[in-house]
Design a protein around this ligand. Sequence first.
Ligand code: UDP
Length: 570
Amino acid sequence: MKIGKNALTVLEKRYLVKDENGKNIETVEGMFERVAGAVAQADLHYNSQGDIEATKKKFYDMMTNLEFLPNSPTLMNAGKELGQLSACFVLPVGDSMEEIFEAIKQAALIHKSGGGTGFSFSRLRASGSTVRTTGGVASGPVSFMRVFNMATEAVKQGGTRRGANMGILRIDHPDVLDFIDCKKNNADITNFNISVGITEEFMHAVENHQPYTLIDPKNKEVVGELDAREVFNKIVESAWRNGEPGIIFLDRLNRDNVVPSQGEIESTNPCGEQPLLPYESCNLGSINLVNMLAKKNGKYQLDYKKLENTVKSAVHFLDNVIEVNKYPLEQIDFTTKQTRKIGLGVMGWADMLLYMGIPYDSDEAVELAEKVMDFITEKGRKESMALAKERGSFPLFSESIFASGEPLRNATITTIAPTGTLSIIAGCSSGVEPVFAYVFIRNVMDGTEMIEVNPVLREILEERGLYTDELMKKIAKEGSLAHISEIPEDIRRVFVCSHDVSPLYHVKMQAAFQRHTDNAVSKTVNFTHDATVEEVEEVYMLAYKLDCKGVTIYRDGSRDSQVLNIGSVK
Ligand code: UDP
């Protein structure tokens, strides 16, 4: 199979099976065979005569062709003793010592197995309130988040990745101002992403410059009020400063809660794309859109037939994962199987647009996003209905918003994940993000420079006889192609990078995918370093107006250590 150098490095380091001495004893093909074999086994639960070998081959082919990849824990753990296959979990945090430390223990078990956890801390009593049994005062949600953070620090995720957490606090919690500031220092609470849980009521108050009330989570009494605009501005300024907090629109998560009888959705997973009920888990998988293209008359087009077939196999795959998964807790096993949520999404979206010659920041791209995602959700749902016929609907189907329609196997089908590692394995752009940079210079230890060029750019420049190492170095230094005169205008218009795309188009693209996604969309609106607070505010407002489920921003250079850098990497 075709696999890139970076992909191989990542796989060898963290995914392939090793012996006791840390030596790799699995090939890349061997890994996909292990995963395909383990996941295909679930067919036997329904059909003892099932052709497991055919299913295994179908799964193996789609992964080795890099058409579809399941989330990292599935690649790492399927067919192994650990066998924990999900990336996303949400745990409840109750307002007692027992419940708080129980949640920490549960999170540790999940992190150990490679999963990420989301929590709402909104049920914890405010700092300064009384503790009945001791007569002392409570220390509040933020102080407990620090304990969760330290526990996470100590537990490496199965020796492969450090635990990731989402921490959410409702806007009407009395400690909300402390919460907004809790990551002001870049060295604080580093194992958490934080988001303020925003209500529609709050947003109306912001728009009308009105005060809003703070509620004691314990007795539901009003304990104060704040100026909504001031709090909103504080959130925006803080996000401008170092990217946190993000916001999530709680009422929207619950508007789309497909089984309202199970209570409220109060949190998402760490990167925000998967809202879940307490104790639910979800396994994700992503289709590589670049490999859904076909060349016709010299032009690239999306092959919808191939996409449909891939969606079908992917839904089959992800439903099987729910069966063969070894859950870290009994309660998670039970709750997950009540709704059987899966999260199928896409990666390589920006690369696909490059091949098709469509600029990311164009209305044509936004319209295509709607069309493609609508197609995936519709075909995915059709396959889930077909599975329900054979395997039965999810147990809470009759209590779900779908109850009057055709039975479904899965309460949700689609989610757009960040695909941080999957996109490296597949060698494509991540999730639905624009390309961050087209050329990187890697400084190797002996002083030599290695040039890494986006494969689509390389192809087109070579085709037109424009490719030189000198030009690549220039692009790497500038970060963008926008002002490189050696590159023809038609190429420059299409090969836009993340910082060339206006924040408006970042949000428009997120909103377009969100409209056709059951769960949520992982997206970071990337700003250049010189962006203003007002521009950040505009984006937060726009995400609200365009019906996004939340928004996250990042201003270049606003943290000492950031994941993606323009220029050279050491
Ligand atoms: N995640 C995690 N730890 C990590 C990266 C990811 O727990 O270091 C979880 C988290 O819930 C995140 C989800 O995996 O929202 C999906 O992330 P991504 O798509 O980047 O993961 P991949 O499958 O590409 O590794």
